[in-house]
Write a protein that binds this ligand. Structure first.
Ligand code: GDP
Length: 300
């Protein structure tokens, strides 16, 4: 796993640097505070948190009466840290029942990066000494199973797949069964995310979930969100959290986005932590989300 801070340096610091520059303006008047709020909104921090950050900062700057850049930076760092909630548990739960594999369900809209993220996570789990099975329950696109299989080959992990059009729930069930028979520690189940047919998708995912849980309780449901899709991505995310028990978010494509504020908006909208972030298309481009490293990348 790569360290978040080193990898976020360029694109994301645009937003933090912008805020710092504004805070260091000659006079911190109404107009500047509005610009600070706009900068937060442009970086996809939601309105509620953008307003709260500005109000808190404004009050603290006034109380301290400070214009010292180091002090202002400290205040900004503290406000961003607080709103990101550093106390949330960001570990991935891969502890199944005694002697049984832990099923991890991966959901999200098509193109968000589900299959790629399954491959990257499998790689990390294998490197940590886990036995992993991948389940290709996105049977809508033949290419999805193909893509997951090539990740399986790359990482050295078996992939349970069926023909295009097969019942996703039965593929998921087979994958967990296979994991059990092979003595696997974790079964990662990739799913389809066609939002064009919302009712159909809900039914399908609900069934995938129920069928897996006939064998083993799901230990983690990861919702994959493309960081570049902004508010639209958030609305889609809410659909998934209505049918599955989303326990964590993987925010992908943060490498191509200067809108790091989406982390704050996602956590606010879904009430679950961002646990991992995708920083590129390659197998190494996955990092655990750490609040401190993220805030450092923004403001340092
Ligand atoms: P799925 O439809 O949700 O399974 O999405 P895929 O895993 O097929 O990913 C869609 C595209 O996004 C592919 O071209 C991936 O290589 C790319 N992708 C996935 N994660 C990342 C990431 O973190 N950064 C970048 N830059 N590209 C990514």
């Amino acid at each position: 796993l790569v360290r978040l801070r080193a990898r976020l340096s360029r694109s994301n610091s645009v937003f933090g640097k912008g805020l710092l520059a504004l805070l260091s303006s000659d006079k911190l008047d109404e107009e500047v505070w509005e610009e600070i709020e706009d900068t937060l909104l442009t970086a996809d921090v939601g309105i509620q948190d953008a307003t709260a950050i500005v109000e808190n900062l404004r009050e603290r700057v006034q109380v301290l009466g400070t214009r010292d850049p180091a002090e202002l930076k400290r205040l900004l760092r503290e406000e961003l840290t607080a709103v990101l909630d550093p106390d949330m548990d960001r570990s991935i739960n891969t502890t199944g029942a005694e002697g049984k594999p832990a099923p991890v369900l991966v959901v999200g809209v098509n193109g968000a990066g589900k299959t790629t993220t399954c491959g990257k996570i499998a790689r990390v789990l294998v490197a940590d000494g886990n036995k992993v099975v991948l389940g290709a329950a996105d049977t809508f696109r033949a290419a999805a199973a193909e893509q997951l299989s090539s990740w399986g080959d790359r990482v050295g992990v078996p992939v349970v797949r069926r023909d295009e059009g097969a019942d996703p729930a039965s593929v998921a069930f087979e994958a967990v069964k296979e994991g059990d028979e092979q003595g696997a520690d974790v079964v990662l189940v990739d799913t389809a995310g066609r939002l064009q047919n919302k009712a159909g998708l809900m039914d399908e995912l609900g069934k995938v979930k129920r069928v897996i849980e006939k064998r083993e309780p799901i230990t983690e449901t990861l919702l994959i969100i493309d960081a570049t899709t902004g508010q639209n991505g958030l609305r889609q995310a809410e659909v998934f959290s209505q049918v599955t028990d989303v326990s964590g978010v993987v925010l992908t494509k943060l490498d191509g986005s200067a809108k790091g504020g989406i982390v704050i908006a996602v956590q606010r909208a879904l009430g679950v932590p961002v646990k991992l972030v995708g920083l590129g298309e390659g197998p190494d481009d996955l990092a655990p989300f750490e609040v401190e490293g993220f805030v450092d990348a923004l403001v340092d």
